[in-house]
Design a binder for this molecule. Structure first.
Ligand SMILES: [Zn+2]
Length: 483
């Protein structure tokens, strides 16, 4: 017994050390504690206490009672955006000129300026975005097909930027080129994966992005249907081969591993299939997608976190690419589509894991940085209107800037996407009052990140990538800060 206990203790301490290495210990009280301090202060006021009532700011609440973000906090974010933009432009002078992806390269910068234009309505940002779009469109390489890592990203963002500038001819040219990629996507014999980063779901994202940003019908229904069918057929085939047709009718793999997370795994694929704009029929959703989601749900750890692949039993990564911060979006979407409480309950449990273990040391980015984890809180806030999640999102942002990253690269990589999701989310929060989240809203949790993901279960990929990374000043060179 004593031996067992000491082993357990060792495991426990090892786990804590590992957590320390990957994430900061969250120093903030959770919302309930912070809010009860406000009530206590209010009660003191009611009983005639002479001390003036502390403001939300003094109490550490970043918003007022009605959910409106306090002025100071908004100002801090605005100042930080300005500061980081300057740093980014400086860094871009030595960035890899050939990386045109939305995930780590120039399309990501174009997307950033497009988002700044959306938030501020300042035309100069749109023109800036155009500069970067032009650069990326000159450098399409035909190697990959997805929004995040392939030519579909520059083409889709290009189409939107030209559309906003009323250059319809150029916009249409981008759309035509994007649709020309379709034949490689739907080809049954190709070894194209289905996941979001390099596969069919990542191409589908580009098509749905256009219909959201430019308008329904920009990409016709039949084109979308063809891609969706290819994804579904591929999932059915693997499920049959693996004899899982009963338990998991749609099964997917990448590099021969059945990944779970948003970037390479089933969570990202199911999330895309559940988008109303993907127009997957109700029967397929109920008979195929839902049981597959439930199969993946049963693989979750007791902590509420999810494994990186179906066969992995290590509860280690809390990232958008691998773990709860990515899977949470599948769960919230499943709740919207199937209206079953269990999905919302588990999404909330994902949020608890992220709050406890997700203040990552590795940087600002969405894929495996603070922004991606902060985003999950905003998604839950939009869905539930529970201020606890808005509070957590604001604190995740604060946390990122309260603790100094440990290396230059950690300070710089991924920052272009940190502030904007939060800024946009916060803007939306102040715009949406009690309106429930629209079912066909843009799948914005999949906004690209700035750092290449690393397959955590394949040493080979990791080595190859780290060699490659040395040539990319925008990317992180320290293996400690990668997945
Ligand atoms: Zn990642």
């Amino acid at each position: 017994m004593g031996e067992t206990m000491s082993k357990r203790l060792k495991f426990h301490l090892g786990g804590e050390a590992e957590m320390e290495e990957r994430a900061f210990t969250n120093p903030f009280p959770d919302y309930e504690a912070a809010a009860s301090a406000v009530f206590a202060a209010g009660a003191a006021e009611d009983t005639g206490c002479a001390r003036p009532q502390p403001t939300a700011d003094e109490l550490g609440l970043p918003f007022h009672n009605d959910g409106k973000i306090i002025h100071n906090f908004t100002r801090r974010i605005q100042t930080k955006i300005k500061d980081l933009l300057q740093q980014m432009e400086e860094g871009l002078k030595t960035a890899d000129p050939h990386d045109c992806s939305a995930y780590t390269g120039w399309t990501g910068i174009a997307l950033l300026y497009l988002q700044l234009y959306r938030v501020t309505c300042d035309q100069t940002y749109l023109l800036r975005s155009l500069d970067y779009v032009k650069r990326t469109l000159r450098n399409l390489n035909g190697r990959r097909v997805t929004f995040l890592c392939g030519d579909a990203g520059p083409l889709a963002v290009g189409a939107v930027v030209y559309h906003k500038l009323k250059s319809d001819c150029e916009s249409q040219e981008c759309i035509t080129k994007l649709l020309q990629l379709q034949k490689t996507i739907v080809c049954r014999d190709s070894d194209l994966p289905d996941e979001l980063l390099y596969g069919r779901a990542g191409y589908l994202y580009a098509l749905l992005y256009l219909n959201t940003e430019i308008g329904p019908g920009t990409v016709c229904e039949s084109a979308i249907k063809e891609v969706v069918s290819a994804i579904i057929e591929s999932g059915k085939t693997l499920s049959r081969e693996e004899r899982k047709a009963e338990r998991c009718p749609l099964l997917y793999q990448w590099h021969r591993k059945q990944y779970v997370g948003a970037a390479h795994g089933m969570a990202g694929i199911y999330y895309m299939l559940m988008q109303p704009a993907a127009k997957v029929d109700q029967e397929t959703l109920t008979e195929m997608v839902k049981p597959s989601i439930d199969y993946v749900r049963h693989k979750r750890f007791r902590s509420g976190n999810y494994p990186s692949s179906l066969s992995n039993e290590t509860d280690r990564l809390v990232h958008w690419c691998h773990g709860a911060p990515g899977v949470i979006h599948m769960l919230t979407q499943a709740y919207k589509v199937f209206k079953e409480e269990k999905y919302l309950k588990e999404a909330m449990e994902c949020s608890d894991v992220i709050w406890q273990r997700g203040l990552l040391r590795k940087g600002y980015g969405i894929c495996h940085g603070t922004a991606g984890n902060g985003y999950s809180f905003l998604s839950l806030y939009h869905l539930t209107q529970d201020k606890k999640y808005l509070y957590r999102a604001c604190k995740a942002w604060l946390g990122r800037f309260t603790f100094s990253p440990t290396s230059w690269y950690q300070r710089h990589h991924g920052f272009q996407h940190l502030n904007l999701p939060l800024r946009r989310g916060i803007k939306r929060c102040s715009e949406t009052t009690k309106t429930p989240t629209c079912l066909d809203q843009k799948p914005d949790c999949l906004v690209p990140d700035t750092e290449p993901t690393v397959n955590p279960e394949e040493g080979k990929t990791k080595k190859k990538r780290s060699k490659h990374l040395h040539r990319h000043p925008l990317r992180c060179r320290d293996p400690q800060v990668r997945a």
